[in-house]
Design a protein around this ligand. Structure first.
Ligand code: PLP
Length: 401
């Protein structure tokens, strides 16, 4: 039992933990489904879902059962040996994405880093780019993680400043601008790396035709199209992948967050055989990547998505979210972008910063996260009920009006 109050725990955290986050002052002690409970027993509706790591809610029974079952049998072998969970996981990911091979990793940033390495190697070995000349084109406003290489091609000064020097070989173009992308792609281009919807940027949805355009352009240029679906994928937008909205199949898809069921970190590069086929023993790896516990949970996640029910639910409830936000336009909300159960909501700055709105929502029992300025992001578990979603929207209405 936890005898310490929220206030005491926050004070201890502030003195002992690096201040790389500024969490809302809520100390969660337990959770189930879409509901969180703090140390004092107050309940909150989780409208963030761990940045989409909790697409299936907290402690989804099928995922917890898969975890328990695997915990009692085998948790880690390292890839020095094989384990009986990995083949099934890779089969599931291939069926889910329509791609052929999997490189299992742990965190999202590792999947991105792995894809960068693989794209470069592919450029030298398959495309024939001159040694050390490969470039990767990414979009301004991107969020791909926090490693030194990745923040090196971020356009967010807060993410970059003070962390250089950075890895060369990246070009940034404006997001949702095919002409700019075309101008940046040349014979050195290994890959175009983009988010099909930019989450951290405020749920920025490109124009219809952009993803198909990126596909066509990369195909013509002989460059790889790598879609970072770490936040947008696995049901969030009403389809398995956000790229499915344009029926586009990238050369490589990066998955993470919800792939670990909100239980353990599991990520993957899922790609065409020609792409991941460039890796040979010793050239890349991870001690925990492909561990049987993560693979068992990942397989259970793939299984949950295999009927399409969660995707349909996200699409249907996405309409409710869309309508609820539309009703708030000019009533404290100046704009919003929404696809499936995922929305970026621009609150009138006169009403408060995103942080202040988040704090007021917290006091009303709804947890969200601000992105930049006065924008908040809504991404509830896909298991939320219509009534719960409507109640969260009603709370938002009282806070912004
Ligand atoms: C969260 C995220 C990452 C990084 O994932 P971590 O597990 O935090 O390293 C990469 N890309 C996108 C689009 C993300 O949302």
């Amino acid at each position: 039992m936890n005898a310490r109050t929220s206030e005491e725990l926050i004070r201890a955290e502030e003195s002992l933990l690096a201040h790389n986050y500024h969490p809302l002052p809520v100390v969660v002690a337990r959770a189930e489904g879409v509901w969180l409970e703090d140390v004092e027993g107050r309940r909150y509706l989780d409208m963030l879902a761990g940045y989409s790591a909790l697409n299936f809610g907290h402690r989804h029974p099928a995922l917890v059962e898969a975890a328990h079952r695997q915990l009692d049998r085998l948790t880690l072998t390292s890839r020095a040996f094989r384990n009986d969970q990995l083949a099934g996981f890779a089969e599931g990911l291939a069926a889910l994405t329509g791609l052929e091979m999997t490189l299992p990793m742990n965190t999202g940033a590792e999947a991105v880093e792995s894809a960068i390495k693989v794209a470069r190697k592919w450029a030298y070995e398959v495309k024939g780019v001159a040694p050390d000349r490969a470039t990767i084109v990414a979009a301004a406003g991107n969020f791909h993680g926090r490693t030194t290489t990745i923040v090196g091609f971020s356009s967010d000064p807060v993410a970059r400043e003070g962390f250089g020097p950075f890895t060369p070989g990246f070009r940034l173009v404006p997001y949702n601008d095919l002409a700019a992308l075309e101008a940046a792609v040349d014979e050195t281009t290994a890959a175009v790396l983009i988010e099909p919807i930019q989450g951290e940027a405020g749920v920025v949805i490109p124009d219809d035709g952009y993803l198909a355009g990126v596909r066509e352009l990369t195909r013509r240029a002989g460059a790889l199209f790598i879609a970072d679906e770490i936040q947008s994928g696995l049901g969030r937008t009403g389809t398995t992948l956000a790229c499915d909205h344009e029926a586009v199949r990238p050369d490589a898809v990066l998955l993470g967050k919800a792939l670990g069921g909100g239980i353990v970190p599991v990520s993957a590069v899922v790609a065409r055989r020609e792409v991941l086929g460039v890796l040979r023993p010793g050239e890349h790896g991870s001690t925990f990547g492909g561990n049987p516990l993560g693979a068992a949970i990942g397989s259970a996640v793939v299984e949950l998505l295999s009927t399409g029910a969660y995707q349909r639910r996200a699409a249907e409830l996405g309409e409710v979210l869309h309508d609820g936000l539309a009703a708030l336009l000019d009533k404290g909300v100046t704009g919003y972008r929404c696809r499936g159960l995922w929305a970026g909501v621009d609150v009138d700055p006169a009403i408060g910063t995103g942080r202040e709105i988040s704090e007021r929502l917290m006091q009303e029992g709804v947890l969200v996260k601000d992105t930049h300025g006065s924008t908040i992001r809504l991404a509830p578990p896909l298991t939320i009920t219509r009534e719960e979603l409507e109640s969260a929207l009603a709370t938002l209405a009282t806070v912004v009006t």
